[in-house]
Design a protein around this ligand. Structure first.
Ligand SMILES: Nc1nc2c(c(=O)[nH]1)N[C@H]1C(S)=C(S)[C@@H](COP(=O)(O)O)O[C@H]1N2
Ligand SMILES: [Mo]
Length: 246
């Protein structure tokens, strides 16, 4: 492919299509422009190609409107509420002292606050959201990470959603095990009592209804990553820069 053809493929000039009044974002545009290429490389009927290209944004079907610019996302129909007093976040795998943390245990660890825009890869963005909780490195310190550890995997108690970070990403101080959001406890619909908040990455990294953390020897693709999203989800810069400063 010569330079001219490549320039025509660039999606930057395309305006995002609108579906049900919500902007669908650049990824669909990218996906559609990529169809020709994918078609040659992978084959299949046009319908199969479109389905493949749109698979990563399947979450649009599960959007509920929410206050303050957020949309509530869940890949499962409904998630049973957990009482904060009964909830535990287990931390296990390649750690020296596996442990189940109650909300009180989390509150007893050093607390970190972050104010940052929240950005979903499908196009919506909420400016200046306040978060608080335990910085993931502080939680990992509390259990002691084994020398063979390379990555951290997160499980939602919704039974479906998982996410993962490299150990270097998980050691960043702007990655929180969040117990507060927008000045109060994390609401159930936002993934409470505890959710992950990965400030430098797109929203899909911020796993809701956090139930388990497992320290592992390799990165395992998360829910959306198995459906086409990038494993490294940095907002606003090129991928693969684990060591970028906070
Ligand atoms: N368990 C779980 N976590 C999840 C999701 C989900 O569907 N299930 N969606 C992700 C995506 S794509 C985004 S943008 C944010 C949305 O957070 P909100 O529902 O609090 O707005 O949650 C992320 N974490
Ligand atoms: Mo998202």
């Amino acid at each position: 492919m010569n330079e001219e053809e490549r320039a025509e493929d660039r999606p930057t000039e395309a305006s995002p299509p609108v579906e049900d009044g919500s902007p669908v974002g650049r990824r669909i545009v990218l996906g559609m422009l990529g169809l020709g290429v994918v078609g040659i490389a992978v084959g299949g009927t046009l319908q199969q190609k479109v389905n493949r290209a749109l698979a990563p944004v399947g979450q649009i079907g599960n959007v509920l409107p929410a206050a303050g610019g957020f949309r509530y996302y869940s890949v499962v129909g409904s998630v049973r509420k957990r009482k904060a007093a009964e909830h535990r976040v287990t931390v296990a795998g390649l750690v020296e002292r596996p442990r189940a943390f109650s909300m009180a245990d989390l509150a007893a660890l050093p607390q970190t606050r972050i104010n940052r825009d929240f950005q979903c890869v499908t196009g919506w963005r909420v400016p200046d959201v306040g978060w608080a909780g335990v910085a993931l490195p502080d939680l990992l310190n509390a259990v002691g990470v084994s020398p063979s550890a390379q990555a951290v995997r997160f499980r939602s108690f919704d039974g479906e959603y998982t996410e993962s970070l490299t150990l270097a990403q998980a050691q960043r101080r702007d990655v929180l095990v969040a117990t507060e959001m927008q000045g109060g406890p994390v609401a159930h619909d936002h993934g409470g009592p505890v959710r992950l908040y990965v400030a430098p990455m797109y929203g899909y990294k911020s796993l809701k209804w956090l139930g388990g953390i497992e320290v592992t020897d390799k990165v395992v693709s998360g829910y959306w990553e198995r459906r086409g999203y990038d494993v490294d989800a940095w907002v606003g810069r090129s991928n693969g820069r684990d060591d970028a400063p906070t």
